[in-house]
Design a protein around this ligand. Sequence first.
Ligand code: AMP
Ligand code: ZN
Length: 431
Amino acid sequence: MFEPDIEKMSLSDIRELQRERLAKMVKYSYENVPMYKKRFDDAGISPDSIKSLDDVSKIPFAVKDDLRQHYPYGILAVPLERIVRLHASSGTTGKPTVVTYTQKDMDTWNRLMARSYAAAGVTSGDIVQNAYGYGLFTGGLGFHYGAELLGAMVIPTSTGNTKKQLMMLKDMQSTVLACTPSYALYLTEAAANEGYDPLNDFNLKVGMFGAEPWSDEVRKRIQEGLGIRAHDVFGMSELYGPGVAIECTEQNGLHIWSDEFLVETIDPETGEVLPEGERGELVFTMLTREAMPLLRYRTRDLAVVNYEECGCGRCHPRIMRIRGRSDDMLIVGGVNVFPSQIEHVLMNIDGVGDQYLIVVDRAILDVLQVRVEVAPDFFKSADYDAARFAKLMESELQAVLTIRARVELMEPGALPRSEGKAQRVLDLRKQ
Ligand code: AMP
Ligand code: ZN
């Protein structure tokens, strides 16, 4: 463990620390951020109203739009000259969401990342090939400095240039690969196409994969293809970046570093706090953020949080796989489905390739349209019968998800590959 004193805390000690920090953070935000002062005053509450952890539910939610409205410098609680770093999230529409950090925030973020690497079994002896994008996106620099703090060696390849990535994996004998799961999947495929045998040519042990939802089937493909243990890393730029939650070597949910984050699960429709163990939208309160405090920030990410002690000895609660974002949910024939569920069904079918694309062209979908690549070996085999294969997928989607689907088969290599976050939904309405 990187910080055993914190990582080994019991749940009751974690809660006590959270309670102390929450009270301080509420007071700090009220006194230093006019937006919070106004919200508290309007809601008829004061920092003194927040005494227990449950009192957090009295605080009004913060949302992404709050950050947009405070563009460019966000909800600053310190003078600009104390800011040492700025990142921005890749908003697909309108202005990006800008986030800022003091030196103390940077130190906290780097510690969380170092802890996350260590929890995944990475040590100072490892060689980390970091293929997350360096730049405004928090992935590149977050994974970079965390690895350095741990004492590992970092190769900052950044995204893209796949042939060179493969060459570096072999020549440098990198032991850790950090990138999005979709890029890891693509690297697996590209390795074969370029004549590498990952299990013999590469020396990879651990994958640090995050920034987008991925299914267990994709995990299996990456683990088998690269011969590694693939760990899920969760984060978002508003909450420093990556390193908010990490899957330990038990690979049984992602520990939320709860000395820094207080998590709640809410009903996304009503905003009601849900009982422990129910699936809902994750809401985060940052407990020590200096530059840009966020109280009850609605993430739109849907998941279940588990509060049981983990086999690794950590009691920091675990996010059981993130199903997707409420804004990515599709309604097909009246049924709510997430791209990750569709992925789960497709990738369980033998002969399905690694890539698929959901096509949306009308607000109300009665039939799901999905383009699916056929696995190269199956595509070449004598058993391959396109019409029958498409029918099989359609009936699996219907059987498991109860949605009607129209599957369009694609040749291997026909769909676009991603180097960062994969685009799994093609929304023709936006074109
Ligand atoms: P960004 O601020 O650009 O880093 O994007 C943050 C968003 O990426 C989160 O709100 C999630 O929707 C998504 N995300 C990040 N990590 C994961 C993960 N491990 N699993 C699923 N979604 C993730
Ligand atoms: Zn664990």
